[in-house]
Structure formats: C-alpha cells, structure tokens
Ligand binder design. Structure first.
Ligand code: THU
Length: 161
C-alpha cells in the first residue's frame, strides 16, 4: 500500500491594489456585472467575466427561478455564452465575484462542484488551463492557476475511452 497526496498552491492578495492592471480590470468588470444577477430568491448575486485568448470578454451572472433547481450559476451561464459566441476559443482567465445582500461579501468564495466540472470540460476541450480570480466586493483576492486544481480526482471524457 502507498498513500498518495493531492495538494495545490494558490496566491492570496490582500486587496485588488496588489493585482496586475489587467487582473484588476477583469475583477472590476466582474464586480460591475454582479449587479445584473437575477437572484431574487437567494439574494446572493454572482458575476463572472472571462478574458478569452482572442482578447474578447464574456460575462455571466446567476439566473434563478421560482422552481429552484432550474436556476443556473454565473460560471455556467458564462461558459455557455462563451461556447456559443466564440466556439472553441480558449479562456485565459475568469474573474468571479459575488454580492451577498443578506450578509458579508468581503472574502472570496469558490465555484460550486457542478461549475468545477463544467470548467474542467472547457479546459479539456480547448486544451488550455483557465485561471480563476476569486473575490467578494471587498477584501482578499485569490488567484488559482487552473480551475481543475479545484477538482482533484475528477471524471472526464477520457475515463470513458
Ligand atoms: N452561485 C453561483 O452563481 N456560482 C457559484 O459558484 C456558487 C453559487 C449562485 C447559485 C444561486 O443562484 C446562488 O448563487 C446561491 O447559491
């Protein structure tokens, strides 16, 4: 028997002023788009903005529904839009921010499990890692070099070959 280990490193910034100009701009864009979320049930507004390798940007916000499971997260709205508008163009970085109308929005949150799976498929399909910038409306910012680091032991198309 041998025991294996999975670990990953990520960068922690005290605030957006420590970011590069382009990362700060992407995060500001995500914070702006967060206000456009449709989240009347959870009051947890999420916004995501991607910078594609062709220089274009694509946004997404969470879209809820009175029938709760119908709702969709900001990240998957973004990935669907990117796939439709710029088919097969890789995503360089996605900034994801949130505004919790019922509480604090001062520390990063990370994508839910379903979104991690969707991000993995996008990475594999385009052959390029997706960087994530995670933040609230204020406070610390995390940068994760590739989204699949958040989903160790993941299942993918290769497993069905
Ligand atoms: N949500 C996202 O949009 N992205 C995430 O990664 C986590 C959760 C949304 C789903 C729902 O509309 C609200 O946040 C509360 O879960």
């Amino acid at each position: 028997m041998k025991r294996e280990e999975v670990k990953f490193e990520y960068d922690v910034f005290e605030n957006s002023e420590e970011l590069t100009e382009s990362d700060a701009a992407l995060m500001d864009a995500a914070r702006k788009v967060t206000t456009k979320a449709y989240a009347p049930y959870s009051k947890f507004l999420v916004g995501a903005v991607a910078k594609l390798v062709n220089g274009e940007t694509v946004s997404g916000t969470n879209q809820e529904n009175a029938s709760y499971p119908v709702g969709i997260c900001a990240e998957r709205v973004l990935l669907s839009a990117a796939s439709m508008l710029y088919t097969d163009v890789a995503i360089d970085t996605i900034a994801i921010t949130y505004h919790n109308l019922n509480g604090e929005s001062s520390k990063p949150v990370s994508p839910c499990g379903m979104c991690r799976q969707a991000l993995k498929e996008y990475e594999e399909r385009t052959g390029q890692p997706i960087r994530l910038i995670l933040a609230g409306m204020t406070g610390k910012v995390f940068i994760i070099e590739r989204s699949t680091q958040l989903l160790p032991f993941s299942f993918g198309g290769a497993d069905m070959k």
